[in-house]
Design a protein around this ligand. Structure first.
Ligand SMILES: [Zn+2]
Length: 306
């Protein structure tokens, strides 16, 4: 089976042009990753069957969001990359970026929602060199502290710590530590979503007093499983109780206010809406996210998902 090398899809969001960039896919063993502390495997398999994804392995898309303001080019997260710890089906972000018409050195700012390798791995290439050579990097102060805690310079490092060390070395001279709710640029604000990691953040786009988009990052790892079962954990939720609490509260808010959402690991292009259904939630993909393309283009995008 072949996978897409480059895929990008443009949206207009208030004053920004936005592209969903496809980095590819990561595959995770279901029994280890999906609800290991909160549900039984038959329950998990039943939930996956609802989207025809029952099986031992779950393939999660990895998406990033590119924004263009009149003055700047802003990338939110950088995918898995092609370096250490990468996933074989991922690492296509730069190709997707080029498909959108930009080179990596054109990126002015990179906002990291958190420092897991499927979000920060793409900051370096196979040789560990910085990919976005002219960018400044923004992330929450709690995430920076967590990053340093994990890399423990000088001590015996595991593969994850080695990868994080390499990325840190490549970007350290241009990193800005951010606080809760910090506005990184006018209308682009970090929203603390702790639990998945200590400094895990969403990003909210607002313009002229209206909230236009909520990038929820890893608040929910799958558009059906974690919306239908927000009380389930994900293996990599560092504090799974806090992650579940944050998820339930945030999904409630998003369903109430009807804000457009972007999610890293939902089906491409990752734009849609969270709706409340009884005591749980459902995902409604944003039909306009594909409507602007010709039927042939839409068809090509869909086929590249397979
Ligand atoms: Zn992730």
């Amino acid at each position: 089976m072949s996978y897409p090398h480059s895929i990008a899809l443009q949206q207009e969001i208030g004053p920004w042009k936005a592209w969903a960039l496809h980095d590819g896919f990561m595959e995770v063993p279901v029994d280890e990753f999906i609800a290991p502390r909160t549900a039984t495997q038959p329950e998990v398999q039943r939930a996956l069957a609802a989207t025809d994804e029952a099986g031992d392995t779950l393939r999660l898309p990895v998406l990033a969001l590119l924004l263009q303001s009149p003055d700047e080019l802003i990338l939110i997260d950088a995918g898995c990359g092609r370096g250490r710890q990468s996933h074989p089906l991922a690492g296509k972000l730069v190709k997707s970026l080029r498909a959108a018409g930009f080179s990596p050195d054109a990126i002015d700012k990179v906002i990291l929602t958190h420092a897991h390798l499927d979000h920060a791995g793409g900051l370096v290439d196979e040789e560990g060199r910085a990919v976005f050579t002219n960018a400044t990097f923004y992330l929450h102060e709690a995430e920076l502290a967590h990053w340093w805690e994990q890399i423990k310079p000088g001590e015996n490092q595991d593969a994850n710590a080695q990868a994080l060390t390499e990325i840190w070395e490549a970007i350290r001279s241009n990193v800005i530590s951010c606080e809760d709710w910090q506005e990184i640029l006018p209308g682009i604000q970090l929203v603390p979503l702790p639990g998945h990691t200590p400094g895990h953040c969403g990003v909210r786009l607002s313009h002229e007093g209206h909230h236009l988009l909520f990038h929820l990052s890893d608040l929910a790892l799958h558009q059906h499983v974690y919306l239908a079962n927000p009380e389930w954990d994900f293996l990599l939720d560092l504090d799974h109780k806090e992650a579940i609490e944050t998820r339930q509260e945030t999904l409630d808010t998003l369903a109430e206010n009807g804000m457009r959402v972007f999610a890293t690991h939902f089906e491409f292009p990752g734009f849609g809406y969270v709706r409340k259904q009884n005591d749980t939630f459902v995902w409604t993909p944003d039909a306009t996210a594909v409507a602007k393309h010709t039927p042939a283009e839409v068809d090509a995008l869909r086929r590249q998902q397979d």
